[in-house]
Write a protein that binds this ligand. Structure first.
Ligand code: PLP
Length: 431
């Protein structure tokens, strides 16, 4: 299987080369040259398969030329050793809890899969790969944890000093080994700019293999299709048409779900739920894609003004808006509405939603107004303790801190404080 650049389909790479490069030489996103549906038998008997068997069959066609079956099984086993429960909230509404992994964010799956692939590809290579990543919060923790102890791979994470939560900072800065945290005196955009500059700096790239670990990378993006299949397996017996609502920022997660649909998963409709960063909801109504500077919200992992993976979704539907509208609708919600629904659902059902999941709930309910006889599943993308301030203030409850979080809170922070790009560059050249 080759992956082509969405800017020019003549530019192609193997899975291995696409993972190591991250982005195509013409700056296009890589996309699989074909998506062959799985046999109908797979979906008819999916409840008889383990999650690892499901994942293996689903990803096999995309990676099999570069990863032999036994190695793939091991990568999957290392990626998926926690639960993905579908929890009923009310009649016809359930949530797929994606926060039972080591950093309690759904990004654990993509980050671990990518880390294990890179680890596999770097076996026997003389030169280490350096993963350079800027984070505003959750990505960094999942990437750091996923890559911890992977041979042949070093990770350098840039985060804005004082702008991530205490839990998130501890998840980035306490691991040690092959993980280094750079604490940047600035905001997230400064971190991102430094990373982009480093990728273009030949004085660095002549000496070092640099790659990124955001959802542009096919090894982080594609495995996210697994948990849509795990949810389908659990919800199938309801005998109703299933709808997924996905709280979306860069649209990698929902796009992976739509790949699962192309693989034959019998789910007709997806809802992309956003906060007030509403570039996609607007596009879905008027066909005009107009990026804008991002607006800060309480669901800050979705504060994205130019979602990088949306081109992949458009491509899946050959850029045909009417066809896309049959499979996808998109709705945007304010912080006020998000807090109000967190309160309402908590007092009515006892369930504590984090602000991202709450946006997903709102989008689902909007869709179900006109499609009442569906079984709706919204994705809970982070554990409520990851957004403790908002949850405590809105619900007046203190969620119990889970053991994976308590463990890091007791450890000591280690970071390199930097202010300028030059300091990052020297660090990369000298280490
Ligand atoms: C990253 C993230 C999202 C957005 O996912 P995309 O794939 O970028 O659309 C939603 N919720 C949480 C908690 C996240 O960390």
């Amino acid at each position: 299987m080759k992956f082509y650049s969405l800017n020019n389909q003549n530019i192609q790479a193997s899975f291995k080369d696409a993972v190591i490069a991250g982005i195509a030489p013409d700056k296009g996103l890589y996309f699989p040259e074909s998506i062959t549906p799985l046999p109908t038998d797979f979906f008819e008997h999916i409840e008889e398969l383990s999650n690892q068997e499901i994942a293996f069959q689903a990803i096999h066609q995309f990676v099999s030329e570069d990863i032999p079956d036994e190695a793939l099984k091991e990568i999957i086993a290392n990626t998926l050793d926690f639960d993905f429960p579908v929890v009923d909230i009310e009649e016809n509404v359930a949530t797929l809890e994606l926060f039972h992994g080591p950093t309690m964010a759904f990004k654990d799956v993509g980050a671990r899969f990518m880390a294990n692939c890179l680890g596999y590809f770097s076996q026997g290579e003389k030169q280490d790969v350096t993963v350079l990543v800027a984070t505003s919060g959750d990505t960094g923790g999942a990437v750091a944890n996923g890559f911890l102890g992977v041979d042949g791979v070093k990770v350098v994470i840039l985060y804005p000093s004082g702008k991530v939560s205490e839990i998130q900072e501890k998840q980035l800065t306490t691991l040690g080994q092959n993980i280094e945290a750079m604490e940047v005196d600035g905001v997230f955009d400064d971190c991102q700019r430094m990373v982009k500059t480093a990728f273009l700096d030949t004085e660095i790239t002549n000496h070092k293999k640099l790659t990124s670990a955001n959802s542009i990378n096919v090894a982080r993006w594609l495995p996210q299709l697994f948990y849509f299949l795990f949810a389908y397996k659990q919800a199938k017996s309801k005998g109703k048409e299933i709808v997924f609502s996905v709280p979306s920022g860069n649209f990698g997660n929902i796009c992976a779900g739509m790949v699962a649909q192309k693989l034959g998963m019998p789910v007709k409709h997806f809802v992309a739920s956003t906060n007030v960063n509403d570039v996609v909801p607007k596009f879905m109504t008027n066909g005009v894609y107009e990026p804008m500077p991002s607006i800060a919200t309480i669901s800050n992992a979705m504060d994205v003004g130019d979602p990088s993976n949306f081109v992949r979704i458009r491509h899946l539907y050959q850029d045909d808006l009417e066809k896309l509208q049959e499979s996808l609708s998109s709705h945007s919600f304010t912080d006020e509405k998000t807090k109000a629904i967190m309160k309402e659902v908590h007092s009515r059902t006892g369930y504590v939603m984090d602000p991202h999941g709450a946006v997903g709930y709102l989008g689902l309910k909007e869709h179900q107004k006109s499609h009442p006889d569906t079984y709706g599943i919204f994705l809970e993308t982070a554990h409520p303790v990851k957004f403790l301030d908002v949850v405590e203030e809105t619900l007046d409850v203190s969620p119990k801190i889970p053991p994976q979080i308590i463990k890091v809170m007791d450890k000591d922070k280690k970071s390199h404080a930097i202010t300028t790009y030059e300091e990052l560059k020297q660090h990369l050249l000298n280490n």
